[in-house]
Write a protein that binds this ligand. Structure first.
Ligand SMILES: Cc1cc2nc3c(=O)[nH]c(=O)nc-3n(C[C@H](O)[C@H](O)[C@H](O)COP(=O)(O)OP(=O)(O)OC[C@H]3O[C@@H](n4cnc5c(N)ncnc54)[C@H](O)[C@@H]3O)c2cc1C
Length: 300
């Protein structure tokens, strides 16, 4: 065991050495992190980042792991997850909500609905955290999180200082933002007032639609690929006759062709081999390059 891990574990006793990451992702796939740390508050965050800097170790943040394929060799350095103080939701007035980065998006949407606030209902089926949703500009055909953002609280690992980025500093596009590479601690969103019963009805309709159209009870990370301009990748994969195709324990979902499921102890290598087959087939038949939406991290 190298010293830096013991030193950090001494300061943050819950830190876990060689922690398998599979259980922290909705794919249930992934090798170990050299060190895995849950951070409960700002003080622990600053402590970890300072120690990581001294030890010259990279720190990767993970939310709900619902958009992440961790490769089988795991992640070198530190994987950190925000908890505790970062799981708070507050309503400061002005039809705004303030949410910590570790709040789950469905929980945020239902809390807002209960306050008679709307504009975010379609996000109820995004299973990740607010932090992950902001970095990814998570969204649906009905709307994305980006346009709702008033400000984002971030932490700069170089200066070890927090910084508030306002809407004018932020750039959101399809499943992409300029928050990538920063540490997101929380945000304020601008919502609209509405009738609580109507809002809750819309939330439930979105949830029901998911149940009908997506394999949400299997191990997956949602959409594998981004939709090419003006096209639905699920339709392209289905028309190419690939639905249900398997490699090892990974399968193109029989329910939704842009979802890959871990149906039998899949390795990341299985998922990536399947991704490669889909990309090759779509390139061959349609001349299109499919871009990954899920994030692939770690060592092969
Ligand atoms: C069944 C299912 C349905 C889904 N449906 C949708 C959908 O409709 N629309 C959609 O957009 N997505 C969808 N997703 C994908 C996923 O839920 C979203 O991309 C979500 O925003 C990811 O959040 P997360 O907390 O799980 O992030 P993770 O997967 O943990 O991380 C994603 C990226 O964000 C970074 N990150 C996470 N937290 C932080 C932080 N605090 N600070 C800095 N970086 C951070 C990670 O390092 C990584 O690069 C779906 C996934 C599943 C499993």
């Amino acid at each position: 065991m190298s010293d830096w891990r013991k030193t950090i574990q001494h300061a943050l006793p819950d830190a876990k050495i060689s922690e398998p990451l599979a259980k922290y992702t909705t794919f249930r796939i992934g090798g170990p992190a050299d060190l895995f740390v849950d951070l409960e508050n700002n003080q622990q965050l600053v402590m970890l980042m300072r120690m990581a800097k001294e030890a010259k170790q990279p720190v990767m943040f993970i939310g709900w792991g619902s958009n992440m394929l961790v490769r089988d060799g795991g992640v070198r350095g530190i994987v950190a997850r925000l908890r505790g103080d970062f799981e708070k939701i507050e309503f400061p007035g002005g039809n705004r909500v303030s949410a910590g980065a570790a709040v789950r998006v469905p929980q945020l949407v239902t809390a807002c609905a209960a306050q008679g606030l709307c504009g975010d209902e379609s996000l109820v089926g995004v299973p990740g955290t607010v932090g992950g949703a902001l970095v990814m500009n998570a969204g649906t055909r009905e709307g994305e999180i980006g346009p709702l953002v008033v400000e984002v609280e971030t932490f700069d690992p170089r200066t070890l200082a927090a910084a508030t980025l306002h809407a004018k500093d932020l750039h959101f596009e399809y499943r992409k933002s300029n928050l990538e590479g920063r540490i997101v601690l929380g945000c304020v969103l601008q919502l609209k007032p509405g009738d609580k019963v109507d809002i809750m009805k819309r939330v439930q309709d979105f949830q029901q639609k998911r149940l009908r159209t997506q394999p949400i009870h299997t191990y997956n990370v949602g959409s594998t690929f981004k939709n090419p301009q003006g096209k639905f990748v699920a339709k392209l994969i289905e028309e190419a006759g690939l639905k249900g195709m398997t490699v090892g324990g990974a399968r193109i979902s029989p329910m939704h062709a842009n979802f890959i499921e871990n149906f039998a102890d899949a390795k990341a290598a299985d998922v990536l081999a399947l991704v490669g087959k889909i990309q090759a087939q779509i390139k061959k038949s349609l001349g299109l390059d499919l871009e990954l939406e899920m994030k692939v991290v770690g060592e092969p």
